[in-house]
Ligand binder design. Structure first.
Ligand code: EPZ
Length: 455
């Protein structure tokens, strides 16, 4: 088992670039299965969630290769529409493959992704949308089996909640459906616009992505394209908070400042000096952070729920009492109990979290409860006096590329060690690209899953 060892109270100073957006790369990789051709996706982060998406694509019969931060997907020979349980469970957001498989094969069989550490994560909006596009759902033993033998047809779909994943699934499924689809109350996250750019680059006709109403005019088929994933706004936000919590001065380069627009006023209220230009944001932290009266997580462009845990960590050492209300997920405070082990004073009542700032934290042994909560513990360790040991790194590796390397480059004292205590050297070796399945190019999707039989 791996663990991070942090010796805290080192000021972070310097410049970093963040990796490509996990939450943009995932739906784009899923959408590549809809393309009867080769998609070249650049700035794809090297994360375990991306590995999981590649495993699913390979299982579906796509030929996938990866070189550095470029993933190439040849979906010409895709010949499967079933995602087995073990692959669905590798990554909670694998439900985003539903629209692509259904749109390409007229059939999709996958197990309900199930809940995760931050909530039940229902997919009722996804299911209802696919049915409105003409799919028929049969459920048996936890498997969701969608049939659309006559293909999908455009529909007017109003989302009860601006669900990111549901908006993405609809855009992907509707891209090659017959006729027009209009999504009302669509999610407006930057990842939605990035997905639309990828699909339009492949020949789709999508307008209004990034607004609440998105119009998709179905086309016959999509052709391969090249696309560069946008920077990861959540990682950028997390590292700015690392600078804030260590009285540091850091700049995050090559990001879109507008994508983190909701965070900047919060950092300013906490006493940080913020400067921003076209492609970077710089932060200079005060010797003592001020409390932030009230932060409510909201759908974009509101304050992102994925930054709630890292913000909590920063506020544990602010001067005064701060309040956060988590409006998106019903149990996203699992990091609070671990932060209390550092000496933080946090109380949680339902969706409200009250953080009473303390003069300092003391290093502790803690376990990452989930992806963003895990990084909250890293931030606490960076701020704390003494040594912190963090396990449960598999959560953190889902969404942050080599965090210890990034933090050490900024002056932190962080080591990732294996159980038997040797520090893990950073290698530039790449994990073996997934073995490409051998399928005759041009196979149409047909037959039973994995039959490989061409029509
Ligand atoms: C995406 O998850 C992100 N994941 C999440 O990031 C992010 O927290 C979330 O959007 C909100 O911004 C990816 O993009 C891979 P939702 P998603 O559908 O699509 C409820 C991270 O840390 N809901 O917008 O699953 C749901 O329970 C991850 O990187 C339904 O009720 O989020 C939640 O309360 C965590 N029914 C709310 O909507 C549905 O059918 C928001 O969910 C779908 C969602």
């Amino acid at each position: 088992m791996e663990k991070l060892i942090i010796n805290g109270q080192k000021r972070l100073n310097g410049e970093i670039e963040v990796h490509g957006s996990k939450n943009s790369a995932l739906p784009i990789l899923a959408a590549a299965a809809l393309v009867n051709g080769v998609s070249e996706i650049h700035n794809c982060p090297r994360l375990t969630d991306i590995d999981a998406a590649i495993h699913i694509l390979t299982h579906l019969g796509c030929r996938v290769s990866r070189s550095g931060h470029t993933v190439t997907v040849d979906a010409t020979a895709m010949n499967n529409w079933e995602v087995p349980d073990e692959l669905m469970r590798e990554m909670r957001s694998s439900v985003v493959f539903l629209g692509a498989i259904l749109g390409r094969a007229g059939r999709a069989k996958l197990s309900a992704p199930g809940g995760c550490e931050i909530g039940l994560r229902p997919i009722d909006l996804h299911i209802s949308a696919m049915e409105q596009l003409g799919a028929v759902l049969e459920e048996d033993a936890g498997k969701l089996d969608f049939h659309a033998p006559n293909g999908l047809a455009g529909a007017r779909i109003t989302l009860a909640f601006p669900s990111v994943g549901a908006t993405e699934n609809i855009m992907i499924a509707a891209a090659t459906a017959k006729g027009r689809t209009i999504i009302t109350n669509a999610a407006r996250e930057p990842e939605i616009s990035d997905l639309a750019d990828f699909l339009n680059g492949s020949g789709a006709r999508i307008h209004g992505a990034g607004d609440s109403t998105v119009i998709i005019d179905g086309v016959e088929r999509l052709a391969g394209t090249c696309h560069t994933v946008i920077p990861d706004r959540i990682a950028a936000s997390t590292y700015l908070l690392a600078g804030a919590v260590t009285q540091g001065k850091i700049c995050v380069r090559d990001i879109v400042p507008a994508h983190i627009g909701a965070l900047l006023p919060v950092l300013k209220e906490a006493g940080c000096d913020i400067t921003a230009s076209g492609r970077w944001v710089c932060l200079s932290a005060p010797p003592r952070l001020h409390r932030v009266k009230m932060t409510r997580t909201m759908p974009y462009p509101g304050f992102p729920t994925d930054v709630q845990a890292p913000l909590t960590a920063m506020l544990t050492v602010a001067d005064g009492t701060s309040v956060i209300v988590e409006n998106i997920f019903e149990s996203r405070y699992k990091h609070a109990a671990e932060l209390v082990r550092f000496g933080a004073k946090i109380s949680v009542e339902g969706r409200m979290e009250v953080i009473e700032g303390v003069p300092y934290l003391t290093g502790a042994s803690v376990v990452a409860p989930d992806l963003r909560g895990g990084f909250a513990l890293i931030l606490a360790g960076l701020a704390a006096r003494g040594e912190t040991v963090i396990t449960g790194l598999e959560h953190i590796d889902r969404g942050y590329e080599t965090p210890e390397a990034v933090l050490c480059a900024l002056g932190a004292d962080v080591k990732r060690i294996q159980e038997h205590g040797t520090a893990k050297e950073f290698t530039t070796e790449q994990p073996a690209a997934d073995r490409a399945n051998s399928f005759a190019p041009g196979d149409r999707l047909s037959g039973t899953p994995q039959s490989g039989a061409a029509e």
